[in-house]
Design a protein around this ligand. Structure first.
Ligand SMILES: Cc1cc2nc3c(=O)[nH]c(=O)nc-3n(C[C@H](O)[C@H](O)[C@H](O)COP(=O)(O)OP(=O)(O)OC[C@H]3O[C@@H](n4cnc5c(N)ncnc54)[C@H](O)[C@@H]3O)c2cc1C
Length: 273
């Protein structure tokens, strides 16, 4: 289908983008890689009258060592996250998960900021950054604020970002414990029917679920059980405790619950090797 008519402005800095979105209000949307927004516009599920192109703000495309964390500019493409030596060394789970986003075309265009701001529970990077305890930096007309990943996802495609705020950076704590990313799909490049991002370091762990509800889910019951000495098999039984899995053409809610338990167990076993 063809999207409804819209106007287009290209911003060359975050400040300019935020000023433009303030000018055009609720009818405007940022355009980053366009790999989630344009399909929605073609289906007319989104009909912004103004697109503010932030895709060429090159100074928001970086991966830097921030001491105890790695800082990633919001406009960094999935492919650059996947290939980053810094991430492979300090946060290998995130680099690996980025390599599972769609196909090479999607990974060359889509951005980490676009994926998180879109807040789709079926996407791989929201759950992965949630498991890793990331902090997102949002910039608005009054400056910057930090939002913990666990406070960011509010509902189906709904985040804590205000309409005039832009995601500018993602800070991911360094994490070199054992890790695993499990993505169950029918064809290699499909979205996950259920996915699991997990890390484990002794009794500490982080486990998050893809496509097990309207938001990415932090499986806190699993981590609490491991911390209090439960076995991996026992803890994995609690995989869906925080989830509200939907039924759709791909899987029933019960099947998703079963998958989550199996994949969490596999992920934790992998993380313990
Ligand atoms: C065929 C196909 C397969 C895919 N498969 C997968 C998959 O397997 N796993 C997966 O995780 N994803 C998948 N995706 C989605 C892909 O990862 C997208 O790139 C990503 O979800 C959105 O990033 P984007 O840069 O393209 O954002 P856009 O589409 O440009 O924007 C998405 C939304 O976020 C907003 N936005 C963008 N950037 C910012 C920002 N910095 N601050 C505030 N708001 C912002 C936009 O206004 C829009 O509402 C797939 C996409 C396609 C087309």
């Amino acid at each position: 289908m063809i999207p409804a008519a819209f106007d287009f402005k290209r911003a060359s800095s975050a400040d300019e983008a935020i000023s433009l979105i303030g000018q055009y209000g609720d009818e405007a949307k940022f355009l980053a890689g366009g790999h989630s927004l344009i399909p929605l516009m073609k289906l007319r599920l989104a009909q912004p009258t103004m697109l503010i192109d932030i895709g060429r703000i090159t100074d928001l495309s970086y991966i830097k060592d921030g001491g105890d964390h790695i800082a990633i500019g919001a406009l960094t493409r999935h492919m650059d996250v996947e290939k980053s030596d810094l991430l492979k060394k300090h946060v290998p789970l995130l680099a690996h998960a980025a390599g599972h986003v769609g196909d090479a075309q999607v990974r060359h265009r889509g951005t980490i900021g676009g994926s998180l701001a879109h807040a789709d529970s079926a996407s791989d990077l929201p759950a992965t950054t949630l498991a890793l305890g990331a902090t997102y930096i949002a910039q608005g007309p009054n400056g910057q604020r930090q939002i913990a990943a666990k406070d960011f996802y509010k509902g189906f495609l709904e985040s804590a970002l205000a309409p005039d705020e832009m995601l500018v950076e993602i800070r991911v704590p360094k994490n070199t414990g054992g890790w695993s990313f499990q993505k169950f799909n029918r064809r290699a490049q499909d979205w996950a029917i259920v996915g699991v991002a997990a890390w484990k370091n002794g009794k500490d762990s982080g486990v998050a679920l893809v496509n097990m509800g309207s938001t990415p889910i932090l499986a806190t019951s699993v981590s609490a059980a491991l911390a209090s000495g439960a076995s991996i098999t026992e803890a994995a039984e609690l995989a869906a405790a925080e989830a509200e899995p939907q039924s759709d053409l791909n899987a029933s809610s019960d099947y998703r619950t079963h998958l989550a338990k199996v994949l969490v167990r596999r992920a934790l076993e992998d993380s313990s090797k």
